[in-house]
Write a protein that binds this ligand. Structure first.
Ligand code: GLY
Length: 315
């Protein structure tokens, strides 16, 4: 099987001033994941590596750069799934670790449970040797400004990031198939700017933010969490693929279906287990990129498809 990885850097009303940072970051992330696959690594390690790259990058709403809750704190969530035996790991309400996706991966491999939250997730991470960071070190200027703007008007926009001037960052995710045909998916987020303390969105919920099945394919979602979880978007896309739709049509139909039913926007990336790719978003923009046949294909605007050779170092 030819390995393949696709990543997203969040759907929303992304302002033009933040487009270049996202396009740069998304290509760094997809290359980080593809390097793992090229060396014969697993799809699980590849999706973790891609998401770790975006959790470090303030251009994205995950890890450093996460948006803030009403108390001005970072509260992050992440999930990861292996399509081989449908193993899952997820964490929520994480406040003082840089890489929630790595803790979620550890839940998958080392815990009898699937989803750990808050104090319990922190205890588990400490037991497994993860180092805490000062919570304020995860807060970017953009995230502070976004919360200030949110507090002035106090209303949620129809995307996870509110209105155009609220930071323009987004949830991140990756879907990969390795040389052995195993599918894995990872998704990580800071949630919504101005969210209630303790709010949990779609990202840590398997079937909403993340789904993988070696017999079908994999999906990672981004956008308005309350809508995505009502519609179980990731699982909906996988089921459409199981019923014979290609990844692109399945992704388009489920995202458009969610938007017309719930009047909120979202986006998703998908791969079928044969390696066909799906990218669709009902928001104005969503950063995405994939590597296939030694080419990096990427974009952020509706209808935009850019391309560079994998060997070119453009970022
Ligand atoms: N889609 C991320 C969130 O709403 O939390």
């Amino acid at each position: 099987m030819q390995p393949i990885i696709i990543v997203h850097g969040g759907a929303g009303d992304i302002p033009t001033s933040r487009v270049q940072g996202k396009l740069d970051g998304i290509r760094v992330a997809v290359r980080a994941g593809y390097e793992v696959l090229k060396k014969g690594g697993t799809s699980l390690d590849a999706v973790e590596a891609a998401v770790v790259a975006m959790e470090k990058d303030e251009n994205f709403n995950a890890g450093y750069g996460s948006v803030l809750n009403l108390r001005g704190e970072v509260e992050m969530e992440a999930s990861i799934m292996s399509g081989t035996k449908l193993d899952v790991g997820a964490v929520t309400l994480i406040k003082d670790f840089l890489h929630p996706i790595s803790i979620a991966h550890k839940v998958l491999t080392d815990s009898p449970h699937s989803l750990l939250g808050g104090e319990g997730a922190k205890l588990f991470a400490l037991e497994k040797g993860f180092k805490t960071v000062p919570p304020e070190s995860l807060i970017s200027e953009n995230a502070k400004n976004a919360l200030d703007k949110f507090l002035k008007h106090g209303e949620f926009g129809r995307t996870e990031i509110g209105t155009k001037d609220e930071g323009g960052v987004g949830t991140v995710g990756a879907v990969a198939i390795d040389a052995n045909g195993h599918v894995a998916v990872a998704t990580s987020t800071g949630g919504m700017s101005g969210k209630a303390v303790g709010r949990i969105g779609d990202t840590p919920q398997i079937g909403s933010g993340t789904y993988a099945d070696d017999n079908i394919g994999g999906v990672s979602t981004t956008g308005h969490g309350e809508s995505i979880l009502k519609y179980c978007v990731a699982h909906a896309i996988v089921k459409l693929m199981e019923n014979g739709l290609d990844a692109c049509t399945a992704t388009t139909n489920a995202i458009n279906g969610m938007t017309s039913r719930l009047n909120n926007t979202a986006g998703a990336i998908s791969l079928s287990n044969k390696g066909d790719v799906g990218v669709h978003f009902s928001s104005n923009r969503m950063a995405w990129a994939y590597v296939k046949n030694n080419k990096v294909i990427y974009g952020i605007d509706q209808g935009q498809v850019l391309e560079e050779s994998y060997d070119e170092k453009k970022n």
